[in-house]
Write a protein that binds this ligand. Structure first.
Ligand code: AMP
Length: 187
């Protein structure tokens, strides 16, 4: 059972690392970004709402995201295997809602992996990744939103004694190894 949150700026490689750990240890990978992109593709009401925020690099409202996570965390695979949260929580309100949910489920977090990458490196990575929604203006806004709304989570989790910082620059395999180390996994 692994119960972990991946935290870090956009472009830090959270998704890549979260998927690797999830696959290797057969733990559900829960990415709110992926869930929202699927909804956009399918053209659901959720997708239509989410798209208006995603296109600007803004956050989708907390109530919407918390509802999605509440449903997903109540599924059977989570109960038996745990979860790797990728891109959630992104605000203090989301983190507090997660605390409540996990306490109801009696599934306390093992750790929060803070994948850290410096500012200029982030912009370069995001620009070269070239997702359709990644214009420079949107990228800069996503970084601003991260600084204002998500960065406070670093102290929030540090104060709870859960934060494990890992440098997100370097060889992908090496970074995975470091994450396994701080989580006490064998590799
Ligand atoms: P990501 O793939 O994690 O970078 O997410 C892409 C976009 O989805 C973000 O820029 C937000 O607009 C939206 N999103 C994903 N996760 C969240 C969340 N936890 N809270 C609010 N918005 C989110």
């Amino acid at each position: 059972m692994i119960k972990v949150v991946f935290l870090g700026p956009p472009g830090a490689g959270k998704g890549t690392q979260a998927v690797r750990i999830a696959q290797k240890y057969s733990v559900p990978h829960i990415s709110t970004g992926d869930i929202l992109r699927d909804a956009v593709k399918e053209g659901t009401e959720l997708g239509k709402l989410a798209k208006s925020y995603m296109d600007k690099g803004e956050l989708v409202p907390d109530s919407v995201i918390i509802g999605i996570i509440k449903e997903r965390l109540s599924e059977e695979d989570v109960k038996s295997k745990g979860f790797i949260l990728d891109g959630f929580p992104r605000t203090i309100a989301q983190a507090k809602a997660l605390d409540e949910l996990l306490s109801e489920l009696n599934m306390p977090l093992d750790a929060v992996i803070f994948l850290n990458v410096e500012d200029e490196e982030i912009v370069n990575r995001l620009l070269s990744r070239g997702r359709a929604d990644d214009t420079e203006e949107v990228i800069r806004n996503r970084i601003k939103v991260y600084r204002q709304q998500t960065e406070p989570l670093i102290d929030y989790y540090r104060e709870k004694g859960l934060l494990k910082e890992v440098n997100g620059v370097g060889d992908i395999d090496e970074i995975t190894k470091k994450i396994e180390e701080v989580l006490g996994l064998n590799g």
